[in-house]
Each structure stands twice: as structure tokens, then as C-alpha cells.
Unconditional design. Structure first.
Length: 191
């Protein structure tokens, strides 16, 4: 055994204990180095892993980016029934405007954000579903639902303006687009 004056006496005593236990290779499975020996290495490994993840991470395009690219993609593919409708393209145009607005709303306005997003998405979705129905009555019903959602979007734009989240020019653009959508859907509901 090492003497008490030796600064390495703790490690010497542990080595002697391992040898006395007679475990394979003189290693004691209970013996552990202090965690301070391993922490710097673990931190360095975690940082290296984080850097490799950040370097190889490619974010998926946002919904807004995908919607903005939609008209170009449509031109290169065969068109579905609803993609031939001007009202559908105007509804997608309003949806992109609404999503830009929703992204700017403060955190505390979650209800307003959700309501505007759902109402704006409902317009093109109901137009698409209605154009796929064979019966004129079914088509008119879905176009009427889309018209109602567009009217709801108009009211939500007013609420955003009153709350101070929209500039007057943005309100005018949104209302002009919605008025055009509502007029087209009104004619389509009559059949």
C-alpha cells in the first residue's frame, strides 16, 4: 500500500483493491472514476453531435413557400377540375395573404390566428370539394359554404384592423380580393 504522504495514495489503494478482488483483468465493475473526469468529454461529444445535426439539417419549406409555388407547379401538371376555376386561384391568393398576416400576429392572439387560418383555408378547400361533386345541388352547397367562409374572413380582417394589426392598405387589398371571391361564389351558387 502507498504511504499517506503520497498524493496518489487514493488511486494506489484502489488499484491494490482491484488486484485483491481478482476480477478479470484486475477490473472491479463497482469501481468508478469521478464524474468530473467524464463530463468534459461528454460535453465535447454532445457539441460535436449538435454541430453535425445543424450542418446536415435542411428545413422543410413552410406552408407559405409551398403555396406561393403552387401556381407554377399547377401549370406543369394536368389540371384538376377546381384548378381551372378563377375563384380557386383567387382563394389561394387570399390564403397566402392571410397566412402572412397570421405570421405577424402577436403570441397572445392565438384564437384570432387559428380562426383566420381555418376560415381562409376553408374557402379553397370547399371550392375544390364542390367542383368534384357531380350533382349541381351538392356543388352549390359547397360553394355556399366557401362563400360563408369568405364572408367570415372579411369580418376577421375587420377585427384585425380594429385591433391595430393591419394597415389600411392591407385591409383594402384583402377586402378587394374577398369581394371578388364572394361575387364569383354567389354566381356559382345560383348555378
Amino acid at each position: 500500500m502507498a504511504s499517506a504522504g503520497n498524493p496518489h495514495h487514493v488511486f494506489q489503494d484502489r488499484r491494490d483493491d482491484r488486484l485483491r478482488l481478482g476480477t478479470p483483468n484486475g477490473l472491479n465493475p463497482v469501481f468508478r472514476l469521478p464524474s468530473s473526469v467524464f463530463r468534459p468529454r461528454l460535453r465535447a461529444r454532445a457539441r460535436a453531435r449538435a454541430r453535425s445535426v445543424l450542418i446536415s439539417f435542411e428545413p422543410e419549406p413552410s406552408l407559405f413557400t409551398q403555396l406561393r409555388a403552387l401556381p407554377r407547379r399547377i401549370e406543369s401538371m394536368a389540371l384538376l377540375d377546381h384548378e381551372n376555376l378563377d375563384v380557386y386561384h383567387r382563394a389561394i391568393e387570399f390564403l397566402t395573404l392571410a397566412l402572412r398576416l397570421v405570421a405577424r400576429l402577436p403570441r397572445g392572439e392565438r384564437e384570432l390566428r387559428d380562426q383566420l387560418k381555418r376560415a381562409a383555408m376553408s374557402v379553397p378547400l370547399n371550392i375544390a370539394e364542390g367542383s368534384g361533386k357531380p350533382a349541381p345541388a351538392d356543388r352549390a352547397r359547397f360553394y355556399a359554404i366557401a362563400r360563408g367562409s369568405a364572408m367570415e374572413c372579411g369580418a376577421l380582417v375587420d377585427v384585425c384592423h380594429v385591433a391595430g394589426f393591419l394597415l389600411p392598405a392591407e385591409v383594402q387589398d384583402a377586402k378587394t380580393l374577398l369581394a371578388r371571391i364572394v361575387a364569383m361564389l354567389t354566381r356559382m351558387c345560383r348555378g
